[in-house]
Write a protein of this length. Structure first.
Lengths: 388, 385
């Protein structure tokens, strides 16, 4: 602690340099926080995936699965519950307002408990074919409350009445589902099937199912696909765990490489800056360090001084940067157009810890050479002014 | 002018003595431009492939306001469309218009071993004449009516089970790969091609996805489009092929660019603080020199110019290093986005973007220090150690 005033005095000596260094470090850690925080989000989403839940979809886009496959999937040993999920791609009023509208049958209450919809609500949806539930997020995005109309346009789905618009009305608001923070709208499978033209009914949907033994998830996926391989409706079954990974892989983005690469480039950038700053500061104060050593500071003592001088802006910058990153992650969703369903970075305690550890490493690396130089400093040479 | 040249010369001769501080600006800039260009090579690559795929002399006809994958056109549309004015004809006098089908085939990405899919385009007799860049590079063409595939050269780099002789499982059984083709960097090179009617039977589809036509000239488009829209029996949308491809990738590339700019922008801000830091230090180190010049009668402008140009040169050097590193690491790397395969591209235009960013950082980081340098008190400067 007795070192602190000395370190602070050193930092205060060149205020412009200290402030600019602090700002660069802060900026680098804003980036670090956003990138590593995004990784944390993906990890979290991965954890939310239910290990015992599988998704069955059509193997070939052109060959739609019939809803009647539900019973045959349910009959496969190891499958405990199956629900049929319909999805209508479209938008609310204007093409810019893309919205997810899905329909489940009543078994979803068991298969998708995380959707926070009660069995009674599923029943209500089944009885009111124009009824729809919105998540809190959607109610807010679209400014809707119970009783409001929710006209939804889906040009790709042929409707029984020949039109394109589904005239839903909001019959309830449901809690947000953690795995889809952007929100969604829920109607019933029955409503979607009956709304569609005859030729499009009872097919083209996917199946969500639970299995009794999560350890067998991959084996169950291949067992289901094998069961339908030579049928008229071949399937492609995936585990919920693999969906997120595959989404990024199919977008051609090695997300871990990108986030860590960018965070690393930011740190590399400031490593030179802090390293140069501390070297310059030490060079300017060679004689001061010589005096300190003369009055009894040990080699280790002066090294601590140098490292501390590098570490203070690094640590403060890291804390500020990560704080700003958390604030940005908080306000980003309000700035983005609502059809961008990009998950936001999460500044979790491990992310903070990672940031602070990185700051310490940067501080040590940048202070290493100047600190060694000071430790090896020959007092007589330095005091005579010949050491510069 | 003469003063400026003299100051600049002196300035750059003294640069080596400020090697390490200057390196801060160079490395910072290299990181910013390297990251920016690496990320944008993705968009440039996909836009290049998209642009290669479109031909202003071709038009694509789809069902109203749809992408090709979800479009459906009844059989009767082909002859109606082929009768429209403005369509070029082949040597036999047949119109260069062809209906095509596009379906997906589940495949495994062989680079990272994940489940993915490839496009399978069912083509008709005129389709290959519509694409003059088409070349068969291995094996032979599929035979009409037979369950045979040919595969694009680009797809072979990304998907497993795509060599000549491999068998691909389709809904009605195994189809052998009998040939390999290129089509000039077109996105179709990421697909399979096969006989259209056989593909449609296998996938139990009754409607075409698109009709592609070769126009007599790019200028014939307006007349062709107007004729189709006038035809009461047709319910279609007509686009120049180049416009269609740009429209379908615009949202994706716009989103990626926005992320690249955001990350690049944050890093550039850090680089500006770094440049400010270095340049203030450089001015402090040159205080005596600058004061001497001013005492000798040199004006403020040459001093400002000398500090500014030093910053800009350092930033430029950093930008070029960043561009070189990004090119060495990523330029030409093959990527698959869904079923589209393309190469990451660091184009000259992209390097120019990097240089412009560097200049902006240089101006922002050099301005205050250069003004500070010009305002230094001569007396204090001469006393500086």
């Amino acid at each position: 602690m007795k070192f602190l005033p000395l370190v602070l005095a050193a930092l205060a000596r060149r205020k412009v340099r200290t402030v600019l260094t602090l700002l660069s470090v802060t900026v680098a850690f804003i980036l670090f926080g956003l990138m590593i925080g995004f990784n944390a989000t993906l990890e979290h989403l991965g954890d939310l995936a239910h290990p015992d839940r599988l998704l069955v979809q059509a193997r070939y886009g052109a060959i739609q699965l019939p809803d009647s496959l539900k019973e045959r999937i349910a009959a496969i040993p190891g499958v405990t519950h199956v629900t049929v999920r319909a999805f209508i791609p479209g938008y609310y009023r204007d093409q810019k307002n893309f919205a997810f509208v899905v329909g489940f049958d009543q078994d979803a209450a068991v298969v998708v408990p995380d959707a926070k919809v009660s069995a009674a609500q599923y029943q209500a949806l089944d009885q009111d074919l124009t009824g729809i539930l919105l998540t809190r997020a959607y109610a807010k995005t679209f400014g809707k409350k119970v009783g409001d109309n929710f006209p939804f346009k889906a040009p790709q789905i042929p409707r029984a009445d020949g039109g394109q618009t589904w005239n839903f009305h909001v019959i309830g608001i449901m809690d947000d589902m953690e795995s889809s923070p952007g929100g969604f709208a829920l109607t019933s499978l029955k409503a979607i099937n009956l709304g569609k033209a005859n030729s499009a009914r009872y097919k083209g949907n996917t199946f969500t199912l639970l299995i009794s033994d999560p350890a067998q998830a991959d084996a169950m996926a291949s067992r289901i696909d094998q069961a339908f391989a030579n049928s008229g409706s071949p399937t492609h079954t995936v585990t919920e765990k693999s969906i997120l990974q595959n989404a990024f892989a199919n977008a051609g983005i090695d997300i871990g490489f990108v986030t860590e690469g960018v965070a690393g480039a930011g740190l590399f950038m400031i490593l030179f800056l802090t390293g140069n700053g501390i070297a310059q500061s030490v060079r300017e104060r060679i004689s001061e360090f010589a005096v300190l050593k003369t009055i009894g500071f040990s080699d280790g003592g002066v090294m601590v001084l140098v490292v501390a001088e590098a570490a203070i802006p690094c640590l403060i910058g890291a804390a500020l940067g990560v704080g700003v990153a958390a604030w940005l992650a908080h306000i980003f969703p309000t700035l983005l157009p609502r059809n961008v369903g990009l998950p936001m970075p999460r500044i979790t305690p491990p992310v903070m810890f990672y940031a602070l550890t990185s700051a310490v490493v940067v501080a040590f690396l940048s202070a290493a050479l100047p600190a060694l130089r000071i430790a090896r400093l020959d007092i007589a040479t330095a005091l005579s002014g010949r050491a510069a | 002018m003469k003063q400026t040249v003299a100051v600049l010369a002196m300035n750059f001769k003294s640069l080596p003595s400020r090697f390490w501080p200057s390196l801060v600006v160079v490395v910072g800039m290299a990181c910013v431009v390297g990251v920016l260009l690496s990320m944008m090579s993705f968009t440039v690559g996909i836009v290049t492939a998209t642009t290669n795929s479109g031909d202003p002399g071709r038009a694509i006809v789809l069902s109203p306001s749809a992408g090709e994958e979800v479009s459906n056109l009844p059989h009767s549309d082909l002859s109606l469309i082929a009768d429209a004015p403005g369509i070029a004809r082949d040597a036999d006098g047949k119109p260069l218009a062809e209906a095509e089908a596009l379906v997906t085939v589940p495949m495994v990405n062989k680079v990272k071993h994940f489940d993915s899919e490839m496009g399978l385009r069912g083509v008709g007799p005129q389709s290959l004449k519509l694409r003059p860049k088409f070349r068969l590079v291995e094996g032979r063409l599929f035979q009409p009516g037979k369950r045979e595939l040919i595969v694009g050269r680009a797809a072979q780099g990304q998907f497993a089970n795509t060599r000549l002789g491999d068998k691909v499982i389709l809904p009605d059984g195994e189809w052998p790969i009998v040939g390999v083709f290129t089509v000039g960097g077109d996105l179709n090179e990421s697909h399979f091609l096969a006989d259209r009617d056989t593909v449609m039977t296998a996938n139990k589809i009754a409607t075409y996805n698109s009709v592609l036509v070769r126009l007599t000239s790019p200028a014939a488009f307006a007349g062709f489009k107007a004729a189709l829209l006038r035809n009461g029996t047709l319910q279609v949308s007509v686009e120049r092929e180049t416009d269609y491809y740009l429209r379908t990738t615009a949202q994706f590339s716009g989103f990626l660019n926005a992320i690249a700019y955001m990350i690049g922008g944050i890093m550039a801000l850090g680089a500006i603080f770094g440049a400010l830091n270095t340049m203030y230090a450089a001015v402090a180190a040159r205080a005596r020199e600058i004061a001497t010049l001013r005492a000798l009668g040199f004006g403020a402008a040459p001093v400002v110019l000398s500090v500014m140009s030093e910053t800009l040169i350092l930033c430029l050097a950093g930008a070029l290093i960043g561009a070189c590193v990004a090119s060495a690491l990523f330029d030409g790397n093959q990527k698959a986005v869904g079923s589209n395969v393309f190469n990451l591209t660091i184009s000259p235009g992209l390097v120019l973007t990097g240089i412009i960013w560097a200049m902006v950082v240089g101006l922002a980081g050099g301005l205050l220090p250069s003004i500070h340098a010009a305002r230094l008190s001569i007396v204090d400067g001469l006393r500086a150690s």
